[in-house]
Design a protein around this ligand. Structure first.
Ligand code: ADP
Ligand code: MG
Length: 318
């Protein structure tokens, strides 16, 4: 199958899978055309995934497509952006039709679920890797950045943390267990927090998506904002599925594990009560921003069970 035929057959149909009227021209020309509505800024970002590095060798193509698009789109969620369209640069070895069928199917499902349309791309031969560039928009000047956190702000995270890391350890046979389908789904089918991100515009002082682990990603907010934080590690939201599977290691996975694609946000405490109930219930307050640089842990419990590398030092509040 030639490149032209491959694009026509597998990717062109997805271009009609429009998330938004803002995509004026999709696949088939030299460029795609996106209209930026008046009063909005274009927000864009690119992510690359390489086989054996960012996803397992011989990873199921349907899952690969979903995960790659979710990971890329999650960066839009972290900025509070409304997704519009994406381009896909796909490098693949001799493409088998079943692989392409499944990949295109996964991509179509994900693009529909996240409301982001395929606008174009590039296809080349080589070791399997894919780059996805996502485009979205925010009201002018309103993108939520990493640099706005201020002393006294609440530190919050969405959903539960550590599930994807637990699933990955299970897949690597590092830990065993039964009834793991919910956790595996968190790894294979992460869902970018798009609605939450948009709802936090004008509310959150800073935000980031948790792709590399809470400690690392909160650390980026602290560095960009030139502040520190105290986090109560025992307030971290853990799913019962993770606690069941990972036992005492659940907290370690929640602190250091990546791939959850939840949001970590900071907001002035005065804004909490005014939040929509749906937004409040999606968030857990885990700590406070402090003017003093560094990340400090507070909390009660079996502290010694937690690997707290990443924290300046450990301080028990009780
Ligand atoms: P050019 O040589 O002008 O770059 P291509 O043959 O690479 O054109 O691409 C033809 C059309 O197919 C373009 O609209 C391009 O965006 C689209 N396209 C190519 N590869 C992909 C892909 N993997 N996914 C989506 N669209 C693609
Ligand atoms: Mg090209």
């Amino acid at each position: 199958m030639g490149e032209f035929e491959l694009i026509q057959r597998y990717f062109r149909p997805l271009s009609h899978n429009r998330g938004s009227e803002a995509l004026v021209l999709g696949i088939g020309d030299d460029c795609a055309v996106q209209r930026i509505p008046q009063g909005r800024d274009l927000v864009f970002s690119i992510d690359t995934m390489v086989e054996g590095v960012h996803f397992p060798t011989r990873y199921a193509p349907e899952k690969l497509a979903w995960r790659a698009l979710a990971a890329a789109t999650s960066d839009l969620a972290a900025m509070g952006a409304n997704p519009v369209c994406f381009t896909l640069a796909l490098t693949l070895p001799e493409p088998g039709e079943p692989w392409l069928d499944a990949f295109a199917k996964g991509l179509a499902t994900a693009s529909k679920a996240f409301g982001i349309a395929l606008a174009g791309g590039d296809t080349t031969r080589g070791a399997l890797s894919l780059s996805i560039q996502v485009h979205g928009t925010v009201p002018c000047g309103e993108a939520i950045t990493r640099s706005g956190a201020q002393g006294g702000d609440l530190v919050c995270v969405s959903g539960t943390l550590g599930d994807a890391a637990g699933a990955l350890r299970y897949l690597d046979s590092e830990i065993g267990g039964s009834d793991v389908s919910a956790l595996l789904d968190r790894y294979h089918h992460p869902v970018p927090r798009l609605e939450l991100g948009e709802a936090l515009i004008g509310v959150a002082s800073a935000a980031i998506d948790v792709s590399d682990g809470l400690i690392a990603d909160l650390g980026h907010i602290l560095a960009s904002s030139e502040v520190g934080a105290e986090v109560d590690v025992y307030r971290l939201p853990l799913s019962s599925a993770l606690k069941r599977l990972a036992g005492e290691r659940a907290l370690e996975f929640a602190l250091h594990g990546g791939d959850d694609y939840e949001l970590c946000v900071t907001l002035p405490p005065g804004k909490w009560d005014g939040l929509d109930e749906s937004v409040r219930s999606a968030l857990t307050v885990i700590g406070r921003i402090e003017e003093r640089a560094g990340l400090r842990a507070s909390g009660t419990g079996q502290q010694e069970l937690v690997n707290l590398s990443g924290f300046d030092h450990f301080r028990s509040v009780k």
